[in-house]
Each structure stands twice: as C-alpha cells, then as structure tokens.
Design a protein. Sequence first.
Length: 86
Amino acid sequence: MNSDAGQGEISLDKDVFTFRGVVDGKALSFETPTKNIGAFPITVGKEFDLYHNGRLYYFYPLPDGRAAVKWVSFMDVLTRYYKEKQ
C-alpha cells in the first residue's frame, strides 16, 4: 500500500487503537484493543505500521511524520502497563 491509498483519523488510548477513514476509495473503520498490539513497527520520521485482520496498514502522521515516534512511544508505555498488570 502506498502513502496515497487513503486518509483518515487515528486515535489511541489505554484501551483501543481506532481508525476511521477511507482506504482504496472505500470507507473503513476499525478498532484494535491495545493489549493485543504489543508494538508499532516504525520508519522513523515517516510512518508506523499496524496489522489488522491480516492486512498491513501504514499510518503517516500529518503534517509531520516525526510524530510517528510519539505514537510508538505511547504504545511502548501501554505494552509495559499491560505486562505489569498480568
């Protein structure tokens, strides 16, 4: 998938990662529990990735791809939180 395949809004809190937008010209919304994610692979300064239902999605934070590090860092905090909770 290229960076022009779609657009939308993402959110992340301690319970869920949410995407709402358009991909390949079709409306798409999904949620993934954060406890099931573990980590976001990243291309620093550009994007981070997430698998959902067997498909890989690339998320390019706008207007500055460097924000991808913030998403990955927050996911790392959540992963530690869930590990300590077990």
